[in-house]
Design a protein around this ligand. Structure first.
Ligand SMILES: Cc1cc2nc3c(=O)[nH]c(=O)nc-3n(C[C@H](O)[C@H](O)[C@H](O)COP(=O)(O)OP(=O)(O)OC[C@H]3O[C@@H](n4cnc5c(N)ncnc54)[C@H](O)[C@@H]3O)c2cc1C
Length: 44
């Protein structure tokens, strides 16, 4: 099964995580945060 997302945030630094929080606060939740140094996992 292929997961699909409206938004892919590349990088889980401060900017990436702030973007994720901002999206969540605006009711946008179909996104994923990818970071080269971490295994893929849900962060929200
Ligand atoms: C030694 C040092 C000390 C610092 N001290 C301070 C301080 O005291 N106070 C302060 O306010 N700021 C400090 N800074 C600055 C601060 O670290 C940066 O401003 C901030 O981290 C930038 O955030 P960012 O999210 O843009 O990038 P980053 O924090 O660099 O995050 C980017 C993320 O993207 C990931 N990534 C990159 N390329 C890819 C790719 N191709 N695919 C997947 N993932 C990728 C990286 O693994 C990383 O996790 C310091 C910086 C350094 C180097």
């Amino acid at each position: 099964m292929i997961d699909t997302y409206d938004i892919v945030i590349v990088g889980a630094g401060p900017v990436g995580l702030a973007t994720a929080i901002g999206l969540q606060q605006r009711g946008i939740s179909n996104f994923i945060v990818l970071d080269q140094t971490r295994d893929r996992k849900s962060v929200v």
